[in-house]
Design a protein around this ligand. Structure first.
Ligand SMILES: Cc1ncc(COP(=O)(O)O)c(C=O)c1O
Length: 452
């Protein structure tokens, strides 16, 4: 690798397009739940690359499998068949539909990121709405009205985040990501999260084709869907012939203590969506996105019936890198480690432990701790900026994340007022104690500053 006389920071300032507000840390190495910077300083990693390094940095089993696959076959394109992709597809279907016989219970598609996985969901919904028969919609009062030749509108939630592609920012229910990039892709409407009456009103529109939601909103501040809202969404989709699609990019594959975030919320298998997207933790840090699509039958306009998971047929969608043998071998090993090391249970039990550790700080600077499993956020007091003596130019969350860095803890801001804990799923009690002690120390210092 070539080197340079410039520092890493100087190289970024000169040569990297400044799309990110980065923290002033230059990281070089990771092991388990810790990372080290260029000066050799250790940090406890409670961000895990924003919920990505799900089994920690450099897990020996993942390293060994990927090293072997690296020497065997990295890439072939999707013109051919490769066994790791086939096995991973079977595993993902099994995680959504845990029956012993999963054949015919849906299929997977592979891409490279969360935004891309969601793009596949939007295209699935478009095709379903354009080529599927539109059931005659009903008014709220129950009477039938004329059906449309096609349906294109996807309902998403306010406060959601679905990625940074043009489709992703159009789907996202936050104005700040859209600003400056208008016009948006048409066909998305947003309703308030967990608001049953608003959802009910929105599905009445005859052009509605799908509902897309994060069972636990991540970027929007770690907001958990209520069980009633998930049940209602399923019921409305059944009633109106819509697709129910879950964005599990951040909350899926173990983070909440179950393979499926929505099952953690409901505690049962009672709700089965029609499609799910994943990315982030799926391959422990290697770029991979995926979707699962159910096999429920779709009646097409020409009268034929096909499984939903075969609607995106040959030539309709694709990507060069999606699902390479290298990344799929890595993902298979990451998901096996989660299973073999009991990390779903760890996420459940230590999620409660971590929440209690934060609540136990009893800091007046923390207003609330919320989340599910190891997807937690603590909301800062409304007067945090004032109490901490900030001049109001920097959001409270960024200020605190910076202060925690200085004490050796990486966390992730969530909006202006909340800070997320998203440690690897194999985090230990001792590491949670260490992280909580750092948060406690930094907050106590800010409290005493306020009292001076
Ligand atoms: C719920 C959710 N969906 C989609 C995305 C986009 O994923 P990616 O950044 O891999 O494109 C994110 C990223 O934060 C996310 O949290």
């Amino acid at each position: 690798m070539t080197d340079s006389p410039l520092s890493t920071r100087e190289l970024y300032d000169r040569f990297v397009i400044p799309t990110y507000g980065r923290f002033d840390l230059q990281l070089v190495r990771g092991e388990g739940c810790a990372v080290w910077d260029e000066s050799g300083r250790r940090y406890l990693d409670f961000g895990a690359g924003i919920a990505v390094t799900s089994v920690g940095h450099g897990h020996p089993r993942v390293v060994s499998v990927m090293r072997e696959q690296l020497g065997k076959l990295v890439h072939t394109s999707n013109l051919y068949y490769t066994r790791p992709q086939a096995l991973l597809a079977e595993l993902l279907v099994r995680l959504v539909v845990p029956d012993s016989d999963v054949e015919g219970r849906g299929k997977a598609f592979f891409c490279n990121s969360g935004a891309e996985a969601n793009e596949a969901l939007y295209k699935l919904a478009r095709k379903f709405g354009n080529e599927g028969q539109s059931p005659a919609p009903r008014h709220a009062a129950g009477e039938l009205r004329e059906s449309l030749p096609y349906r294109r509108e996807i309902i998403t939630m306010l406060g959601s985040f679905h990625g940074r592609t043009l489709g992703g920012i159009s789907a996202t229910g936050q104005e700040k990501v859209k600003k400056g990039f208008e016009p948006m892709v048409e066909g998305f409407v947003h309703v308030p999260f967990n608001d049953g009456p608003e959802l009910l009103a929105a599905v009445q529109a005859p052009g509605t084709v799908a509902i897309l939601l994060e069972p636990v909103q991540g970027e929007g501040g770690v907001n958990v869907a209520s069980p009633e809202f998930l049940r209602q969404a399923r019921g409305l989709c059944d009633q109106h012939g819509l697709l129910l699609m879950f964005d599990e990019v951040q909350c899926g594959l173990g983070r909440t203590g179950d393979w499926c975030g929505w099952k953690s919320i409901l505690g049962t298998d009672e709700v089965l969506p029609d499609a799910v997207s994943w990315a982030k933790g799926i391959a422990g840090g290697f770029p991979l996105g995926a979707i699962w699509v159910s096999s429920r039958p779709v009646r097409l306009k020409n009268g034929a019936s096909i499984p939903l998971c075969d609607l995106l047929g040959p030539g309709t969608h694709g990507t060069t890198f999606g699902g390479t043998p290298l990344v799929c071998a890595g993902a298979l090993e990451v998901l096996s480690v989660i299973e073999d090391e009991g990390l779903l249970e760890n996420a459940r039990v230590l999620g409660v432990y971590a929440r209690e550790a934060l609540e136990g700080l009893r800091s007046p600077l923390i207003r609330e701790v919320r989340g599910l499993g190891l997807m937690l956020a603590f909301e800062l007091a409304t007067d945090f900026a004032e109490r901490a003596g900030l001049d109001g130019r920097r959001p409270a969350s960024l200020f605190l994340v910076d202060a925690l860095h200085q004490e050796g803890l990486l966390t992730v801001p969530s909006g202006a007022q909340a800070v997320r804990w998203l440690p690897p799923l194999n985090v230990s009690r001792a590491e949670i104690d260490e992280a909580a002690a750092i948060v406690g120390r930094v907050l106590a210092r800010l409290e005493s500053r306020a009292e001076e």
